[in-house]
Design a protein around this ligand. Sequence first.
Ligand SMILES: Nc1ncnc2c1ncn2[C@@H]1O[C@H](COP(=O)(O)OP(=O)(O)OP(=O)(O)O)[C@@H](O)[C@H]1O
Length: 636
Amino acid sequence: MFEVLDERLAQARAELADVLRSPAGGAGEAYARDVAADRLTRRIRRLEGAEQGLVFGRIDRADGAVLHIGRLGLRVESQELPLLVDWRAEAARPFYAATAVEPMGLRRRRHLRVEGRVVRAVSDELLDGSAPAADDVVGDGPLAEALAARRTGRMRAAVATLQAEQDAIVRSPHRGVTVVQGGPGTGKTVVALHRAAYVLYAFPDAAADGVLVLGPNARFLDYVSRVLPSLGENDVVLSTCAELAGLAPAADEPFDVARRKGSLAQAAALADLVRSRQAPGGDADVATARAAAWASGLAHNRAREVFKEHLVDAMTDALERSAAETLERIDAETAASTGLDLDAAAAADLRALGFDDAPAADPAEVFDADAVRASLMDDAHVDRRLESLWPRLTPDAVVRSLLARAPGTQWTDADLPLLDEAAELVDGPPERTFGHVVVDEAQELTAMQWRMVVRRCPARSMTLVGDFAQAGPATTASDWPQALGPHLGDRFALHTLTVGYRTTQEILASTHDLLARIAPGQAPIRSIRHGDPPRTRSTRPEALAATVAHELRAQAAAHPGDLLAVICAAGRVEGLTAAGITRWARLVPAAEARGLEFDAVVIVAPEEIVAARPSGERDLYVALTRATRRLCTIAY
Ligand SMILES: Nc1ncnc2c1ncn2[C@@H]1O[C@H](COP(=O)(O)OP(=O)(O)OP(=O)(O)O)[C@@H](O)[C@H]1O
């Protein structure tokens, strides 16, 4: 199998070298060469990415056929069955979905643990009720083994051990909006990322338009950044909402202000503001031009052109009317004062010059409407009038005007969706859109952020995962219908994950009272992990840093190699850094802990975490559910 992979890689590299060497005559050829080079480079990256854990499964069907399951598909011409089946292919489904009750035609499911190119472990499940044969290796589950592994600070793909309830969502044929909820550690992120890989494989039209994965912050994106490349998928854009807006927030603001800026009412306020700059009042001609511009459905700056054309048409008509009236008046005045019919006299003159049937001078012909129109379109006076009636706008100016902000003041995180909204109103939809959008920690999004996301997904094909018990301070919705209703109506399929794979049952049990307070009615999840009950140490405020250091030193000595984290209120970060605790542990402000995972967590001053932000109790719940093995709380 690895030989075939090597062969394919060598072939792709040789083809790429050929393509890059080939001379490109014209622009067309150069373009074709770039396209081919791009395709080959992506293929090479995909093949390279799949090498680690290339093959991880095997299914033996009751009819004797054997299939190997891996990160990508490999075929050789001489063989009827594929050498390796891509995990996303329909043929691989029984590997994830078969059970003893519903064996889906399988006799045996085998998990392989391959390190480098060597098979290190094999574990079998017999699904047809038969007794193990000599070559069946029935042992501890590969899931238990995957979970027992130490955390590295980067999430790993779970492609070999996706559980049936997760796999059903990942592989769902539903192309619209899929929502996945579930308590901490139920695998929502796992599902979201594997779903992105599945979409790229199974929905070519969505794949062609690109897949976007949105996460709450850079720390989180870094944590998940390896998963998709290790599934052979490098063509996914990972971003935060702020990055999507193309700006970096540079200022902070009170939470209640941020929350207000996130509300749907801002969309209407921005639309009203832009409309208020579109030729309010005015005469009948202005009203007609405005109606035509509105009817175009275009964004403000583009509709401005339509408005201008109609306005210039009206001005041209008016000039034409007044030219005709002037001519008639001159004729009438001449006839009255001299008794001459000017038209008849002119016709007689023309006849005398030999022009028979010379037409009477029609004012419409004397007046060259096209020329007048063209010159008005370029006229500086017209442009000035246009600018006062329908000024050209920038998103920046619109938002500053809405917020009554002086030019030059810095933008905050909550301003960015307003700028994005304003950009759509004045310049039209964003240029870059995606075929499928995955949103992790989706409970965090404000209404204005949802509008940013929806705007970038014209096909409305999305996977949204989150947990409202973990919502931060900007969130005002408390369930999916509230959060999504204004943007997607009820057009989403909701799934709930119920089994926890991260936090031990003992740690989860210690959060039940808190959960009941922050998310009444949400059923606690059941964890498949067990461990020591969480510990609490109390100390004096002035001894806090020393106690944390002491605790970490003890843990590092007792559990060398474990990934430790200290989670505290943002205001504590500086002091703890100065005390040198980053020697033993990662230091994470509670506000940035969403989605992360560590072997052991030390929570510092939980009451400070609760007090730091309006969502304090939910921040604490997030912090308490990050550890896979041990949790210690240090309070004063
Ligand atoms: N099928 C699986 N096989 C192996 N590991 C899994 C599986 N499902 C989940 N895990 C592991 O469980 C842990 C929690 O998963 P994940 O981060 O996806 O949960 P989550 O629901 O997104 O959590 P949170 O709500 O805290 O963001 C991770 O280490 C993940 O790798």
